[in-house]
Design a binder for this molecule. Structure first.
Ligand SMILES: *Cc1c(COP(=O)(O)O)cnc(C)c1O
Length: 462
């Protein structure tokens, strides 16, 4: 098969896959998972025909995917893919650019620069900030914290690039008690040591308590969060950040999904003061509904990020705002183009509507679960709902039954010592009708698995 026919075949298969998004089983059947055995071939000595490789991928791979690009997936905080972003990424694949600098790809460099400006505008963060398009919030947090440490050490007269950490003045790190695991991971990878992290206690909602905030100084990195992963809560930035920066600390905010609340006039007040931080991380592939992998490392001091991530070589020098000087990668795909396309297709109002709709839908789920007798454990301030049945056993049983049904998927969690489950509404495809179907399923499941509760569903178990 020639190249263009093969690509056409791939496009048709991709279209068929997307067309089935609504009806697809959300988690694959056991038989589809068993069939993955067919991929366990020996590396062939002689290459196989392209069309056969593509057919195998689709015939065996597609049925064993998780329909997280559909409307019925409430797991983790996984968005679907907006049509414009998915389509743009298809074209970007055909371009196959090394989106490192203008010299590598004028188109990619220009589009990512525009996307960077739009991201700052949509999130209302300082317009002078540098924006690096990295693979994930994890990688982008690593980038920001690297720049943070280097900058604090520089203020102490220490040459981190030359001397590294041997003999360097100590840098302390304060993290929220509810810090995301990936922030801890980056700190571990960077050599801070998880035992050395200073923990800022949180209140009942999972927000850092300003009254119990550990002391901060010019040798401290403070990690806050916009959108706690269970509850969607925001740390009280306005109370904390001005004082932290006055003390000379570097404030980093993990806003993997929650920062997008700033696109909504209604929700933005919850995030007030977050714009005063030094650096921020956010994902495109969660709430903005871009394809994987697209995330952003945002740093107020553009030079600090560019100096930290610089990879100019004699054969590859470029401006300090080249993406290869803002992220870990030297060769990289033009992932910022999908962000550009998503933002352009939604517009300011579209992002606001998406975010507000998801929050309203989360509230609808919470109300529906409460009416069915479930305990909703969080106040629903964003797109996250944490709930449980009366016991750990029934909570698990109901979640597993829902997952087995193949009609929805949501994951387990633990909130304040109680095992629970978590719904995250993050897909542009999810309509109120999908939400109502999910509630109906949960209500049925509750009465089937805990018949003693079915008689008086309005009485919430204590
Ligand atoms: C998902 C998430 C992360 C990690 O993001 P990745 O893009 O998966 O690396 C970090 N923090 C929060 C709050 C998250 O929800």
């Amino acid at each position: 098969m020639d190249e263009l026919s093969l690509l056409q075949d791939a496009d048709e298969r991709a279209r068929r896959y997307v067309a089935g998004a609504d009806a697809r089983r959300v988690f694959p059947e056991d038989s589809a998972i068993d069939a993955l055995e067919r991929f366990s071939e020996r590396l062939p000595d002689t290459g196989r025909p392209d069309a056969e490789t593509l057919a195998l991928l689709d015939d065996v791979g597609s049925p064993a995917t998780v329909a997280s690009n559909g409307p019925n997936y409430y797991g983790f905080v996984v968005g679907a893919t907006l049509p414009a972003a998915a389509a743009a990424d298809r074209l970007v694949l055909a371009w196959d650019q090394t989106a490192s600098s203008f010299a590598n790809s004028p188109a990619a460099a220009t589009l990512e620069k525009v996307a960077a400006g739009w991201v700052l505008e949509a999130l209302d963060l300082p317009r002078e900030s540098a924006v690096g398009f990295g693979t994930s919030a994890t990688a982008c947090t690593l980038i920001c914290l690297t720049a943070a440490r280097r900058t604090l050490l520089k203020r102490h007269g220490w040459d981190f690039d030359g001397e590294g950490l041997v003999g360097a003045p100590p840098i302390r790190v304060v993290v929220s008690e509810a810090v995301h695991i990936t922030v801890k991971k980056t700190l571990r990878v960077l050599g801070f040591g998880t035992n050395n992290l200073i923990v800022a206690p949180v209140d009942e909602f999972g927000r850092v308590d300003p009254k119990r905030l550990p002391a901060l100084d010019g040798s401290t990195i403070l990690c806050l969060q916009a959108g706690e992963v269970n509850t969607g809560e925001f740390d009280p930035f306005a109370e904390i950040i001005p004082a932290a920066r006055k003390a000379g600390a570097w404030v980093h905010v993990d806003g993997a999904f929650g920062l997008w609340a700033r696109a909504s006039k209604k929700l933005k007040p919850m995030t007030e003061g977050v714009e005063l931080a030094d650096s921020w991380t956010t994902d495109g592939h969660k709430w903005l509904n871009t394809p994987y992998d697209a995330a952003m490392a945002i740093c107020r001091d553009a030079d600090a990020l560019a100096a930290s991530m610089n990879s100019d070589a004699v054969y590859a020098t470029s401006s300090s705002d080249s993406q290869k000087n803002l992220t870990l990668e030297f060769s990289r795909r033009a992932r910022g183009v999908s962000v550009w396309a998503a933002l352009r297709s939604l517009g300011r109002n579209g992002i606001e509507q998406l975010v507000e709709r998801h929050c309203a839908q989360a509230q609808r789920i919470a109300d529906g679960l409460k009416a069915a007798g479930f305990n909703v454990l969080n106040r629903v301030v964003l797109n996250q709902v944490v709930a449980r049945a009366d016991t750990e056993q029934s909570t698990t049983a109901i979640r597993e039954a829902a997952q087995r049904s193949g009609t929805i998927w949501f994951g387990p969690t633990v909130w304040r010592g109680q095992s629970a489950f978590r719904f995250s509404v993050s897909s542009w495809r999810t309509t109120d009708a999908h939400i109502d179907r999910a509630i109906a399923l949960m209500t049925r499941s509750w009465s089937e698995l805990t018949p003693q509760n079915a008689a008086s569903p309005e009485v919430a178990p204590s």
